[in-house]
Design a protein around this ligand. Structure first.
Ligand code: ADP
Ligand code: 5GP
Length: 205
């Protein structure tokens, strides 16, 4: 069986990562699963423990660090911790499922260090004004938090060169379709086909 793809989406807060991720998962008919991160930030209205995040206390998060249970973890935006639980990702990839990670730039590069075959996409906004509009319209953060996240956006985007692909999330349907195509094309690389081809070489005619 071919292993799954580790598919990373990063980009500034409010660019549409969650929206694109949801559509990719819904359209995948079960072949792609979401890696639910752990975080110490408070849940937003409507967010559920175990669905958007595992909402943990500082103590619980630190215990997971100590136990080596994170594939990567980061202190994002100076205050809260976010981390990718290792076990679920490794199990799902081994089962042949594609795994989607919505994580920040530093986390993405740490994952690529450990798993060079992971495919990383930087989602960019069409304009910075539109990024502000989306964050303000979402209405889930207080204004000072929005300003802090906007201030981070340019330095996040400036690390575009470390990614495999850049998708501009202007027309949502187009951005989703471009991400779908990236997943499909990534399955045609030698890295992902290696097990299959190596078995082929061992076969008798
Ligand atoms: P992120 O996960 O990157 O922080 P979200 O997925 O929560 O961003 O999207 C932020 C806001 O922008 C949401 O209100 C969402 O509905 C909206 N949005 C996402 N993509 C688009 C798009 N292509 N055009 C217009 N609005 C969008
Ligand atoms: P939010 O608080 O808006 O859900 O997420 C804030 C930022 O944290 C986003 O850039 C998101 O991609 C990132 N993030 C979410 N989960 C993880 C994770 O497990 N690891 C890292 N490094 N970043 C994460």
């Amino acid at each position: 069986m071919k292993k799954g793809i580790l598919f990373i989406i990063s980009g500034p807060s409010g660019v549409g990562k969650g929206t694109v991720a949801k559509a990719l998962l819904e359209g995948s008919e079960g072949s792609m699963v979401f890696s639910v991160s752990a975080t110490t930030r408070a849940p937003r209205p409507g967010e559920e423990h175990g669905r958007e995040y595992f909402f943990l206390s500082d103590e619980e998060f630190n215990a997971m660090i100590e136990a080596g249970e994170f594939l990567e973890y980061m202190n994002v935006f100076g205050r809260n911790h976010y981390g990718t639980p290792r076990k679920y990702v490794e199990e799902q990839i081994a089962m042949g499922h594609d795994v989607l990670l919505d994580i920040d730039v530093n986390g993405a590069m740490k994952v690529k260090e450990n798993c060079p075959e992971a495919v990383a996409v930087m989602l960019a906004p069409p304009t910075m004004k539109e990024l502000r509009r989306r964050l303000e319209t979402r209405g889930t953060e207080e204004q000072p938090v929005i300003e802090r996240r906007l201030a981070e956006a340019k330095s996040e985007l400036s690390r575009m060169g470390e990614y495999d692909y850049v998708v501009v999330n202007d027309d949502l349907e187009l951005a989703i379709e471009q991400c779908r195509r990236i997943v499909e094309t990534s399955k045609l690389t030698p890295g992902y086909c290696a097990d299959f081809v190596n078995e082929l070489i061992e076969e008798d005619f």
